[in-house]
Design a protein around this ligand. Structure first.
Ligand code: COA
Length: 260
């Protein structure tokens, strides 16, 4: 399916989805949220896709937030539907069962930071700026950002960022866990590609188990999380990839994981 606001490229098991609204700093309007939901559903069901990179087009922004021009005209009922659509799409990313890497070259503000936080890894340029400026619009985050930022960065930083609305630079974002890696701008693409390629070459059932245990298990009571882990651990023993990985270690060679 052709998208109006997204481009998609596949290479060696990595699907790169790029939001293509550079003149609006890739702001998330309803249509883009709908297209992202479809694109991630397709990625979920395509066995050839082993990892996803999510990017924003242009030099300036990953995503500069929800589309303020759309927000300004919404009724409360429409706002709730918009919020829920964004929340569901981002939950779909978080629970994709495949690793998703956000490439953050510039602004990740409001809905852009919320989108990035639903990804599993966030690699940023030293020029990145992250924040929750909704308060400056008389608003608050609506795509579950209040929940994710408190879990990722802690309650004190979550309150600071959301209450005051001031973006932080890449170094501070890294210290808070909002960026998982920071690199020089010219090194960003190579770093994202190296990480995504490593993920795409890894054993998919083991990756899915790690995501379930850490993402879903982390939201549950300890015993339940440990149970997710145990079950995912056991599932790996039904895979050819686990036999390959352990045999390759013993035979002192590089493993080749096929997803079987
Ligand atoms: N929604 C809709 N349009 C947006 C947008 C958003 N969140 N963010 C940027 N744009 C648009 C601008 O309106 C402008 O469009 P125009 O050229 O048709 O007027 C274009 O993108 C470029 O943005 P501009 O503000 O001119 O760039 P800048 O470099 O001066 O500033 C930002 C960059 C990110 C600081 C600024 O765009 C900004 O503050 N954006 C809103 C951030 C925000 O509050 N996000 C939370 C939304 S809930």
């Amino acid at each position: 399916m052709a998208f109006r606001n997204l481009s998609s490229r596949d290479r060696d098991g990595v699907r790169t989805l790029t939001i293509e609204r550079p003149d609006k700093l890739n702001a998330l309007n309803r249509e883009t949220i709908g297209e992202l939901a479809i694109a991630f559903t397709q990625a979920r069901h395509d066995d050839a896709v082993r990892a996803v990179v999510l990017a924003g087009s242009g030099e300036k922004a990953f995503v500069a937030g929800a589309d303020i021009a759309e927000l300004t005209a919404m009724s409360p009922v429409q706002a709730q539907a918009f919020s829920r659509a964004g929340q569901q799409m981002m939950r779909g990313i978080e629970t994709l069962g495949k690793p998703v890497v956000a490439r953050i070259q510039g602004f990740a503000l409001g809905g852009g930071l919320e989108l990035a936080m639903s990804c599993h890894l966030r690699i940023g340029s030293e020029k990145a700026k992250l924040g929750l400026p909704e308060i400056t619009l008389g608003l608050l985050p609506g795509f579950a950002g209040t929940q994710r930022i408190a879990r990722l960065a802690g309650r004190a930083a979550a309150l600071e960022l959301a209450l005051l609305g001031k973006p932080v630079d890449a170094a501070r974002a890294h210290a808070l866990g909002l960026l998982t890696r920071v690199v020089a701008p010219e090194a960003l693409d190579a770093e994202v590609e190296a990480v995504a390629s490593q993920l795409a070459a890894s054993a998919p059932h083991a990756l899915a188990g790690i995501l379930d245990a850490i993402v879903l298990g982390g939201e549950a009571a300890f015993e339940q999380g440990a149970d997710y882990e145990s079950k995912a651990f056991a599932v790996c023993f039904s895979t050819a990839d686990m036999r390959e990985g352990t045999a390759a270690f013993l035979e002192r060679r590089k493993p080749v994981f096929t997803g079987a």
